[in-house]
Design a protein around this ligand. Structure first.
Ligand SMILES: Cc1cc2nc3c(=O)[nH]c(=O)nc-3n(C[C@H](O)[C@H](O)[C@H](O)COP(=O)(O)OP(=O)(O)OC[C@H]3O[C@@H](n4cnc5c(N)ncnc54)[C@H](O)[C@@H]3O)c2cc1C
Length: 468
């Protein structure tokens, strides 16, 4: 009987397990930690709902909607408040609303006339076709200008990757931007003319995708998927070694060994580097997983603070604010969590979720909790007019938060392809391969389940739906 071992009970592994099980394939999920969900972590306390990892799920692909429907979670879904669309970027040491229309762009104080002229010039900048892999910073300066990088893109990059724009690879970290230049010769032209192509493919641009969470936070999703697995989810079971056997793979944990037809690795890149693999094939390279230890995962601290409404001068009606490095604050940005969803704070209060650290200031993320709160408060006093003390505080440190798809990331993806080709029955999926957002991880989980199920020649429910 074909069976699959899944390593890692983050959202990728749980999604893959869910769809394989629905296709009738027996699965066992091994999770190193004591809980399911990976970086997703929601906490309800004192009337506040704190979200430490991802806050919202962007519905950029129909596969995300399938999972929510198939897991029976549609009634627990909470869409973000349509009135909370405004996004702010700090400039002149205050949050300024990002323009939402061409007219707004030309009127905004966020950019000088010089940056606005750079945008008008962009459709006439020749596309680069020499195949050289650029950083996102090089790309933005080439197509727009330095101000656009320092005052906008640097902040957006901090919001997505907690990363350094001078290191992040354009084709690996921002493939859609690269495709706009490749296909339309310009970002602006691509934005205008690409809408039709996106509609055809069913993909939705990130800025237009519906955003949502669940009544009790994003943790509802992994909890629901984990509950459906029952005893097939093995917590506190780090996988230390994989050995290729005649019929597939032996999975070695502290509790013993089990044999499976196939294995899907849905963990992190830094733990992949520590995995021991014994493959019975001559073509297998020596220590093939070592290179994954080179992938940088800078630490990020999430600082969730609850305030009395009257203690915050800013209305905080919007998605949140992003802070470019040039503005000199410690926080990378703040999500206005209680403006997004109705039940994140008790009546008369608001919840603000801020992030510290990342590639910008990795050492700050590791400060003790009281210093993280103090540093966040100092910035929020200036930026949002916060007064007095928070009535709710909770911090969580992710010592290794988000993988940086830096220039040269292609060699890691190539190694994963090579390993899959050299070791039949071994597969890789998740945030270190298929994109770092929560939505990317779900799509990665659906796709890998589909691939493996096809190999087992079974028709998956999700694949079936896709063809209707
Ligand atoms: C602070 C933070 C904020 C974020 N905000 C957003 C956001 O707002 N929107 C968004 O779309 N995305 C956001 N993301 C990204 C998104 O949450 C992740 O990309 C996604 O959840 C990754 O899921 P995953 O299953 O691939 O990996 P993970 O969640 O990392 O799960 C991997 C699991 O594998 C386990 N594991 C690893 N090795 C082994 C082993 N050898 N044996 C057994 N188990 C193992 C780990 O213990 C872990 O539980 C954020 C991430 C962080 C850290």
């Amino acid at each position: 009987m074909n069976s699959v071992a899944i390593i890692g009970a983050g959202v990728t592994g749980l999604t893959a397990a869910f769809y394989l099980k629905r296709a009738g394939v027996p699965v066992t999920v091994f999770e190193a930690g004591p809980r399911a969900g990976g970086v997703i972590q929601s906490l309800r306390r004192d009337g506040f709902l704190a979200e430490f990892g991802p806050n919202t799920l962007l519905e950029t692909s129909p596969k995300i909607a399938w999972l929510i429907r198939d897991a029976g979670l549609e009634s627990r879904k909470l869409a973000t408040d349509p009135a909370a669309e405004a996004r702010y970027v700090a400039r002149y040491r205050q949050p300024i609303e990002m323009p939402g229309s061409p007219a707004g762009f030309f009127a905004t104080r966020l950019f000088t006339v010089r940056a606005k002229l750079a945008v008008l010039r962009e459709p006439f900048v020749k596309p680069r076709r020499d195949g050289v892999e650029e950083s996102i910073a090089e790309f933005v300066v080439r197509r727009f200008n330095q101000e656009f990088l320092d005052h906008a893109v640097d902040a957006l990059v901090a919001g997505i990757y907690a990363g350094d724009p001078h290191k992040l690879s354009l084709p690996h970290a921002f493939p859609k931007l690269k495709a706009l230049e490749d296909n339309y010769g310009s970002m602006i032209k691509g934005q205008i003319f690409g809408a039709r192509d996106r509609k055809k493919s069913g993909e939705v641009a990130k800025d237009r995708a519906p955003k949502f969470s669940f009544d009790e936070g994003l943790q509802v999703l992994p909890d629901t998927l984990a509950a459906q697995l029952g005893g097939s989810l093995k917590l506190n079971s780090p996988v230390a070694k994989l050995t290729q056997s005649d019929n597939g793979w032996r999975v070695v944990t502290e509790n013993g060994e089990l044999e499976f037809t196939a294995v899907i690795y849905c963990g992190t890149a830094y733990r992949l580097a520590k995995l021991e693999i014994e493959a019975g094939r001559a073509a297998w390279p020596r220590r093939p997983l070592d290179i994954f230890s080179e992938i940088s995962y800078p630490p990020v601290a999430s600082v969730v603070l609850g305030f009395r409404r009257e203690d915050v001068a800013h209305p905080c009606q919007g998605f949140g604010m992003l802070i470019p490095k040039i503005e000199g604050f410690k926080i990378l940005g703040t999500i206005f969590s209680s403006a997004l969803f109705p039940n994140r704070a008790p009546a008369g209060h608001l919840t603000l979720t801020s992030y510290i650290g990342g590639a910008r200031y990795p050492e700050l993320a590791l400060l003790p909790p009281e210093q993280l709160v103090e540093a966040t408060l100092a910035d929020l006093r200036v930026l949002l007019g916060v007064r007095g003390k928070p009535v709710f505080t909770q911090t969580v440190i992710y010592p290794r938060a988000i993988p940086q798809y830096n220039v040269g990331y292609g060699k890691y993806r190539q190694r994963l392809n090579d390993l899959e080709a050299a070791a039949p029955g071994l597969f890789f999926a998740g945030h270190y391969r298929d994109g770092v957002s929560l939505g990317d991880s779900i799509v990665s989980g659906v796709n890998i389940a589909e691939r493996v199920a096809k190999i087992f020649q079974r028709l998956m429910p999700a694949a079936d739906t896709a063809t209707k």
